[in-house]
Design a protein around this ligand. Sequence first.
Ligand code: ZN
Length: 112
Amino acid sequence: MAKMRHRSKMNMSSLSDWANEDNEILTELSHEETLAQMNQMDKVKHLLLNNLEGVCHNTFMEYYIPRFGALIWTLRHEENWIIEKEKCDLHDYHKSLQYKYIYNGRNYENQE
Ligand SMILES: [Zn+2]
């Protein structure tokens, strides 16, 4: 029933309502669904900004971002993000050395 009401509301919407509905739809998405809609760079940013204790190598892999290393490089060098690399202490299941990446703000001095 709720679904029907939502659809009829969408049909009546004027152009200016579209943006509002986009926002509505976004807020209805779960955290996982939001991530699924993002491109790889947005995912990397989102993960770093929402996990201030760091994002493990494994976490990037879980989100299907095999090239996260290159994306982090781009953030560091082209967007002046300060991203530290440290031994992962978030998981105790690592059998070998694994790194996590920690967002530490942005280096505004290098920006124009
Ligand atoms: Zn880890």
